[in-house]
Design a protein. Structure first.
Length: 84
């Protein structure tokens, strides 16, 4: 059961500016969301209909549409800025 991951252009641009090591870790986790959108450690956010997964000091916030098999990335940011 593979999901399609939708990444907005602003996130792609932001990811391109990251150091290679951070980019590779985040890219690997985003690709893994296509296979399992609710991996171990993912948490449902209480203030909205989104999930978050931790990758080191970064947080990936995303929505899941099970009917359409879509994972839509909402934000990827450093943990100090993730929930503002």
């Amino acid at each position: 059961m593979t999901y399609r991951v939708i990444t907005p252009k602003r996130l792609i641009k932001w990811l391109d500016e990251l150091p290679d090591r951070d980019f590779e870790r985040l890219d690997e986790k985003v690709k893994a969301l296509a296979e399992n959108p609710r991996p171990h450690g993912a948490k449902k956010l209480s203030d909205r209909d989104s999930y978050r997964v931790r990758v080191g000091d970064y947080r990936i916030i995303y929505d899941i549409d099970d009917d359409a098999k879509l994972v839509t990335l909402r934000d990827i940011s450093h943990r100090k800025d993730a929930y503002r």
